[in-house]
Design a protein around this ligand. Structure first.
Ligand SMILES: O=C(O)c1cc(=O)[nH]c(=O)n1[C@@H]1O[C@H](COP(=O)(O)O)[C@@H](O)[C@H]1O
Length: 238
């Protein structure tokens, strides 16, 4: 399961239309990054768009954050597996039975995607959590949800890189940590609240860095990606 030899960066293709998304994809190398298709483009373009990216050689993280009753989520995960995506996610707050149902259904697939549980959204801080009736430290809640995800047999979680080290310490190496909330020095934070730089996230133990606007909204997205890669491996020739 170790991602050591594979690209660590997952570019979040958050665009309002197909053309700019494909334009960026055509400038990227599938050997150097994976792509994330989320609610916006999937709702507009559907599975055909995922297949177009796969046809260009990309592995796809289908980020639809399923959160529903166990039967519905399990069936949606099966549909994602049929699409041949690399990774799919569900909300851990859907509960243990929901996650177990997803795991069980994917175990019947010949090519199951990695199943990842979203813990506490990286856009939320302690006050946002308190406002929905969950007072306390976001990290404690992430740890509790991570343990639940592990108990359900998920392959890993989505969390902020701020929680990567504590989750790694608690749950060990054989559990993927997928972290958005990544901002290069000087990049606009936007709606994210729990953030680290790419190099900090990697040093903290994140396996995959999900990065959207710092790349997609940059005047030169490819240059922005190369700069991030360079910050992760300054000695590498890129
Ligand atoms: O599951 C996700 O990918 C996700 C979980 C989370 O807690 N926070 C989060 O930002 N994301 C996604 O990661 C991407 C981050 O994008 P930027 O904030 O533009 O870098 C977006 O596509 C979000 O939907």
């Amino acid at each position: 399961m170790s991602p050591t030899q594979s690209p660590r960066i997952v570019v979040a293709l958050d665009y309002a239309a197909e053309a700019p998304a494909l334009e960026l994809a055509d400038r990227l190398d599938p050997a150097r990054c994976r792509l994330k298709v989320g609610k916006e483009l999937f709702t507009r373009l559907g599975p055909a768009f995922v297949e177009r990216l796969q046809g260009r050689g990309f592995e796809i993280f289908l980020d639809l954050k399923f959160h529903d009753i166990p039967n519905t989520v399990a069936a949606a995960c099966a549909a994602a597996a049929d699409l041949g995506v690399w990774m799919v996610n569900v909300h851990t707050s859907g509960g243990l039975r929901m996650m177990e149902a997803a795991r069980e259904r994917l175990s019947q697939s010949s090519r199951p995607p990695l199943l990842i549980g979203v813990t506490v959204l990286t856009s939320m801080d302690a006050s946002d959590l308190a406002a929905i009736g969950c007072p306390g430290d976001p990290c404690e809640r992430v740890l509790a949800l991570a343990r639940l995800a592990r108990e359900a047999g998920l392959d890993g979680i989505v969390c902020s890189p701020l929680e990567s080290a504590p989750v790694r310490a608690a749950l060990g190496c054989d559990f993927l940590l997928v972290t958005p909330g990544v901002r290069p020095v000087g990049a606009s934070v936007g709606d994210q609240r729990r953030i680290m730089t790419p190099a900090e996230a990697l040093a903290a133990g994140s396996d995959y860095l999900v990065i959207g606007r710092p790349i997609t909204q940059a005047p030169d997205p490819l240059a922005a990606l190369l700069e991030i890669e360079h910050s992760l491996a300054p000695d590498a020739i890129i």
